[in-house]
Design a protein around this ligand. Structure first.
Ligand code: PHE
Ligand code: ZN
Length: 881
């Protein structure tokens, strides 16, 4: 596709373009199969560039039907046009010149969903990262910034709406049955932020007054009839705009901000200047059809895309190696926003769960790469959880190191220095150094070294001396292409917790820099001594998960229980519960594998149950506490030679023990935390639902019958409760008639709402055990399923491969063979989607021998596929290396 198969792009090869692009004028004559695009580009040769150097523009599957130089026909000898590039020679030495290119494209046939395509009759574009070159020949790279004018001509009846970036200039009728509209975006932008939307959509309109008093029109476009379901997104948008003003001092900079929801989209959403395009899943919500999790996702993604207006658009990336410059930073910003809108510790727990279950495995497997990579084959494959989530954690660590005010100063300097620029990670880091007078050279290794650091911890208390000694050792595991690592600067928040729950304040500390409650680990090995400690403290390390590391710390269960019940940091209380549970679950897995009976520690169960029933704690936190580490958490802890069946069997035994021991508490919670009155999606109310549904999932185990879940299903008046009850029924009682009935009721009620049917697919594709594959295959023949919609494919095939450890990793390898078939079938139509789903096999080497052999064979089958896209071949080759 974009890059020749096998061609690797290196950061070290970066150089500026030879020609400077001054202006872009685009005219689209939209047609479902024959859209004509005229691009008028004004360039001049950059000073000092060889006057013989040709202009080379990128293309991808393009058909050129016209080329003019300064409005004149151009001699055929002066250019070469292939589908992938356009080269023009004999160009002026220094004066500006104009190139006019006409291309013909077929939006209807564009199944990759990159460039200009049609989704449910709506024309829309997706240009990040390299989609613009599928529209016209262009210097399609993020460091080429220009001002765009866009004219759109289309059929008036089917496309009453004609949208592009920037401000609306005007429109009028245009010949028979057609009309046109013109848009002008005054902010120079790279091509990946270009957008065009045309079609017939409904709209929700609102307004926002910025801090300097400018009125901004806000519009969210959705399919007709779905307007009411965009209200929450609009509310989240206004809150995001206000928050960015208050917290970062950033104001919106156009007269209008638009969001368009489309049903066919490869990713979550896209931050095109002034015209964000969203996967409709992250716009549409009402209590009947959206869960609390959906609401939280919508709020976060609306904020994320909006925040990109400054971190991504006003300051963009010099090249795609710098992707984390906009993504890591913007994820950090949306995390902070959600934390301010909701419960900060509960939000942090959810982030860390996600980081550990998605990013840590990536960093520990064949796809591991630095937050700022130095080479890639297919840039589409670098929109990873490492770039996004670890990138956000690295930004958070900068904030931890320089402090809240120091972070604000650094950000202000970043905007001051780089507004209107295409910047690098080095530029970004330098702003925090210069604004705060600190040296972040060692810290920058976080951008360059892949792998999750392992910090080994031991400690001792000397009562006679009143001294507490802490020994720390860091190790960064080898990752592909990086066998030797340097020690990193790891900022660890900590506390020394005394018996009564208060905190010890040391009289003196030696052996480490400590600022406030942050210990800066910088050496490979460090011993830190705290003096003046009156009694043996319990160490609480990495509070609020200040550094994304694995801790190896054999902390006594009694100490963990103490933290879980008394620490001032709710996140650490959750972490301690996790640390208490994980060894039990690991042991349970080994016992189950050896065919022995699993015994569960009463202390673990009692600590969990006590926290669950503690009405002084917020319900959302208690729900998180009740969720035991997942099967994949246990697999990660085990590290290698994994048997997913044994992991599940062991975990089930622990879960049953807790369920039986806490049955009374869970029954009380289930009754007490019913939603009172009308549904509201706010975090506090969502917390009650989360706790009640967590209780229900334990009760289903102690009850041993589907009755309670069936009753919960029947009486649910919102999607959160309804889908939770259905999940319990399907996962706990897959063969019960109550389950079959509930599944069918659910399907029939939501048959015409594809986003809800996706939940129905996902719930069934995650039913544990060997039967899952046949169920998924049967669902693929359902009339609700279509391979051409990425959300459907992800809900059924993706969820099965990513989130059903026992079903997907069947010992006979049938799950892997199924995935290989699916990948080979999806790849020719939508390579990005195929490559993304294939990453579900990233931990295959950690499986026991029988399964890993099957997995390898399936990967080899894919690798041997004919005409693989560069997206899939890049992933499969790295996984097999
Ligand atoms: N830039 C988008 C975001 O993070 C993600 C995206 C990447 C969307 C590539 C489409 C294509 O907000
Ligand atoms: Zn983003």
């Amino acid at each position: 596709m974009r890059t020749e198969n096998g061609q690797i792009i290196h950061l070290a090869d970066y150089r500026q373009t030879d020609f400077v692009l001054e202006r872009v004028d685009l005219t689209f004559e939209l047609d479902p199969t024959e859209t004509k695009v005229e691009a008028r580009l004004i360039f001049h040769r950059r000073e000092g560039v060889d006057t013989a150097a040709p202009l080379v523009l990128d293309g991808d599957e393009l058909v050129m039907t016209g080329l003019l130089f300064d409005q004149m026909e151009i001699d055929a000898a002066r250019y070469d046009a292939t589908p992938d590039s356009l080269t023009i020679r004999d160009l002026p030495a220094s004066e500006p010149f104009e190139i006019t290119i006409t291309t013909m494209i077929n939006p209807e046939a564009n199944t990759q969903l990159m460039g200009l395509y049609r989704s449910n009759g709506v024309y829309c574009t997706q240009c990040e990262a390299e989609g613009f070159r599928r529209i016209t020949y262009f210097p399609d790279r993020p460091d080429v910034l220009a001002v765009y004018t866009v004219n759109i001509i289309a059929d008036k009846a089917s496309c009453p709406l004609l949208l592009s970036n920037g401000n609306f200039l005007g429109g009028a009728g245009y010949g028979e049955g057609k009309h046109f509209a013109a848009w002008f975006d005054p902010h120079p932008k790279p091509s990946y932020l270009f957008a065009l939307v045309a079609g017939d959509l409904g709209v929700v309109e609102d307004a926002f007054t910025t801090m300097s008093g400018r009125e901004v029109t806000l519009k969210i476009y959705v399919e007709h009839g779905k307007e009411a379901r965009a209200a929450y997104a609009m509310d989240a948008l206004k809150r995001s705009m206000k928050w960015d003003e208050e917290v970062f001092g950033r104001e919106y900079d156009l007269d209008i901000f638009m969001i368009v929801a489309v049903s066919d989209f490869n990713m979550g959403a896209m931050e095109n200047k002034g015209l964000n395009v969203f996967n409709d899943k992250y716009v549409l919500a009402d209590p009947e059809t959206a869960t609390d999790q959906d609401y939280a996702n919508i709020e976060a993604i609306i904020a994320h895309e909006y925040f990109h207006n400054w971190t991504g658009n006003r300051v963009t990336c010099r090249d795609w190696f710098q992707l984390c410059l906009k993504e890591g930073l913007t994820v950090y910003r949306d995390h902070e926003f959600s934390a301010d809108q909701r419960s900060r510790p509960v939000k942090r727990i959810a982030e860390v769960r996600h980081l550990k279950s998605e990013q840590f495995p990536e960093d520990a497997g064949p796809l591991a790469h630095p937050v700022r990579p130095t080479k890639y084959r297919e840039i589409n494959n670098f929109y990873t959880t490492t770039v996004y989530e670890k990138g956000s954690e690295v930004t958070r660590m900068i904030a931890t190191i320089v402090g809240k005010d120091g972070f604000k100063k650094g950000m202000d300097l970043y905007f001051e220095r780089h507004d209107g620029d295409a910047a690098t990670i080095e530029d970004f880091v330098k702003c925090f150094e210069d604004a705060n007078g600190v040296d972040l050279a060692q810290f920058s290794l976080w951008y360059h070294q892949a792998g999750t650091p392992l910090v080994s911890v031991s400690c001792a208390y000397d009562h006679a001396k009143g001294e507490f000694t802490l020994s720390l050792e860091q190790m960064i595991p080898p990752t592909p292409g990086q066998s030797v690592k340097e020690p990193m600067h790891i900022p660890l928040r900590f506390g020394l917790l005394l018996e009564d729950g208060s905190e010890a304040k040391a009289a003196a500390v030696s052996g480490a820099d400590i600022t406030g409650d942050v210990l800066h680990l910088k050496e490979r090995r460090q011993t830190v001594t705290f003096s003046g400690i009156p009694s043996r403290p319990v160490l609480v390390l990495n509070r609020s998960f200040s550094a994304p590391v694995n801790l190896h710390f054999e902390q006594a269960p009694a100490d963990l229980a103490h933290i879980a019940r008394h620490d001032s940091d709710l996140f650490s209380r959750w972490q301690a519960l996790n640390d208490l549970a994980l060894p039990s679950l690991v042991e349970a897995a080994s016992k189950a594998r050896a065919g022995e009976t699993v015994e569960t520690s009463a202390m673990l169960a009692d600590t969990l149950i006590a926290i669950a029933g503690d009405e002084s704690l917020e319900p959302a936190f208690r729900a998180q506490a009740l969720a035991l580490p997942s099967e994949s958490d246990i697999a990660r802890e085990l590290g290698s030679n994994n048997d997913p069946d044994a992991i599940r069997t062991g975990r089930e035994a622990v879960l049953a023990f807790i369920a039986n021991r806490g049955a009374e508490v869970f029954a009380t919670l289930f009754e007490r935390h019913r939603t009172q009155g009308a549904f509201t999606p706010d975090a506090a109310n969502a917390g009650h639902r989360a706790l009640r549904n967590a209780a229900l999932s334990y009760l289903a185990v102690s009850d041993g019958t589907p009755a309670r879940a069936a009753e919960a299903f029947a009486s649910a008046d919102n999607m959160t409760d309804l889908s939770a009850a259905l999940t319990v029924l399907a996962h706990r009682f897959p063969a019960a008639t109550e389950t079959a009935e509930a599944l069918e009721t659910f399907r029939a009620r939501f048959a015409d709402n594809a986003l809800v049917i996706d939940k129905w697919f996902a719930i069934q594709s995650t039913i544990p055990g060997d039967g899952a594959l046949a169920r998924v295959q049967a669902l693929m023949t359902s009339p609700h399923f279509t391979k051409s919609n990425p959300n459907r494919v992800r809900a059924l095939v993706g969820t099965f491969a990513f989130s059903n450890p026992t079903g997907f990793n069947r010992a006979d390898g049938a799950g892997y063979r199924f995935l290989a078939e699916q990948i080979l079938e999806i790849d020719p139509k939508n390579p990005q989607l195929a490559a993304r789903i294939l990453t579900s096999m990233r931990s295959w080497r950690a499986l026991e021998a029988v399964r890993s052999d099957h997995a390898r064979n399936a990967l080899r089958t894919i690798a041997a596929g004919e005409k693989l896209s560069s997206d899939v071949s890049d992933i499969v080759e790295r996984m097999l290396k």
